[in-house]
Design a protein around this ligand. Structure first.
Ligand code: CA
Length: 222
């Protein structure tokens, strides 16, 4: 059965163009032009992915994405007209999975959609070659070596490894590190990442598994 993409775009021509390309790539499509209609539609007919324009009548894309995340983990690809917006979007911790900038080529959008869906369907344990997260045993195996991690480092690695390729802000990582919401600073995350990296590098000096995304946070290489 083909996967269904919900296109939320208030410019009819653009929506039709995206729908054409996505259908040609084998996806089913549905279109909405109003931000207020998105959450009810996702509840009624959960799509496999939402392509979400930022500027929408009714409710803007940021609010729509936040609203979706209160009840759904559906992959969301945000579409924005301004490149400068991207860093800000990532920093907002909306839980979007990826971003495309207008003007875009429809081909690029299809490729992005495909990549996000592939990521969403992959079981986390397969996400990073050579890395095994043993949730019950609270330990991680990297290239056959058991890593000697503190509980905080383990939670950090587990959070990143659950979504390889996804960029996490420091705030998002803090939520995973300290479930009790202890007050700590962004620097705390940086120092744990530093220690974790050192332990990973002891096993594989040639591989940079955790990447820094300047001004935003961290991600695990896919
Ligand atoms: Ca728009």
């Amino acid at each position: 059965m083909s996967e269904r993409i919900l296109i939320v775009e208030d410019e009819p021509k653009l929506a039709a163009l995206l729908a054409d390309y996505l259908r040609a790539a084998g996806y089913e499509t549905a279109c909405l032009a109003d931000g207020l209609a998105v959450a009810p539609s996702v509840r009624a007919h959960p799509p496999d992915l939402v392509l979400l324009d930022l500027m929408l009548p009714g409710r803007d894309g940021l609010d729509v994405c936040r609203e979706l995340r209160t009840f759904s983990q559906v992959p969301v690809v945000m579409v924005t007209a301004r490149v400068e917006e991207i860093d800000r979007l990532l920093g907002l911790e909306l839980g979007a999975d990826d971003y495309v900038c207008k003007p875009f080529s429809p081909r690029e959008v299809v490729a992005r959609v495909r990549a996000v869906l592939r990521r969403a369907h992959r079981p986390p344990a397969d996400g990073v070659p050579g890395l095994v997260i043993d949730d019950d045993g609270y330990r991680a195996i990297y290239d056959g070596h058991a890593l000697d991690l503190t509980p905080v480092e383990f939670r950090l690695l587990r959070a990143l490894a659950a979504h390889p390729g996804r960029v996490f802000s420091r705030d998002q990582l803090l939520d995973h590190l300290y479930p009790d919401h202890r007050v700590v600073t962004d620097r705390t995350v940086d120092s744990h990442v530093k220690n974790l990296r050192r332990k990973l590098e002891q096993v594989r000096p040639d591989r940079e598994l955790i990447r820094s995304i300047y001004g935003v946070g961290y991600k695990l290489e896919e």
